[in-house]
Ligand binder design. Structure first.
Ligand code: HEC
Length: 219
């Protein structure tokens, strides 16, 4: 069984390892032993994939492997567009947890604030150099693209093409019917948001780490 550690547990485990082992790539077997056998945070297979991935990135491999374990153990990988889709299909809860399926087919839990909102607020997320959605769709409707405010939950729900701050606009979330929504259309069908998006960005958007697995299946 694979368990989900808390951030504190991760922090202490890596601190202890840093104090007892040497630095550099020589540390990787020790990191693996701790994470797989002692702590049961991830499987051998996932660990090996992570090391292989980290070795393709220049820099300190041991540090990157630790970061990878942190990610894998804390969050699961999901495609940005399916994450937004799962949230919309669950009735776009502002605080309540909703479930989604990660790229490995695991059932996971996420929340709007922690996992969905950053997809609209962070720059460099959809592709290197991308502006955040909220930088064009901002709170000042006189300059905001498509007169839509994506900086807050309330703004997002108020919709697009609004004539004044208290006017209701076009529902971009399809009333909870994801595939009928304007959001699905621009992100997945026409793939033209964020505006300027290069064709290399997959229809599903970038893979992001979000939520937590609620089912044990990382075998
Ligand atoms: C560089 C500025 C820019 C960025 C970044 C951007 N948009 Fe847009 N967005 C626009 C413009 C301009 C339009 C209107 C396009 C048109 O009328 O054809 C638009 C239209 C839309 C619409 C349709 C609204 C309507 O009523 O037609 C949605 C939904 C949308 N954007 C979502 C997003 C999301 C989600 C992101 C981030 C992933 C994003 N946008 C990032 C500029 C931007």
């Amino acid at each position: 069984m694979v368990t989900n550690p808390s951030l504190m547990q991760l922090f202490w485990a890596f601190l202890k390892l840093g104090a007892t082992a040497f630095g550099g790539p020589a540390m990787i077997p020790y990191i693996g032993k701790m994470a797989i056998e002692q702590m049961r945070w991830l499987t051998d297979q996932t660990f090996r994939e992570g090391v292989a991935l980290c070795q393709t990135i220049p820099g300190a491999t041991a540090m990157q492997t630790s970061a990878y374990i942190g990610f894998r153990a804390r969050g699961v990988a999901g495609a940005a567009v399916s994450l937004i889709g799962a949230w919309v299909s669950s009735g776009y809860p502002e605080r309540d947890v909703f479930t989604f399926t990660d790229i490995d087919g695991l059932t996971c839990e996420a929340t709007y604030g922690e996992d969905v909102e950053p997809l609209f607020l962070e720059s460099n997320l959809w592709y290197p150099g991308s502006l955040s959605c909220a930088s064009c769709h901002n709170a000042d409707l006189t300059v905001s693209s498509a007169q839509m405010d994506m900086t807050t939950y309330a703004g997002l729900l108020a919709g697009s093409r609004r004539t004044s701050p208290d006017a209701k606009g076009n529902d971009v979330l399809g009333g909870g019917d994801w595939e009928a929504s304007l959001m699905y259309d621009v992100l997945y069908v026409r793939k033209y948001m964020p505006l300027g998006r290069p064709p290399e960005v997959p229809a599903e958007g970038p893979v992001v780490f979000a939520g937590t697995a609620i089912q044990d299946g990382m075998q």
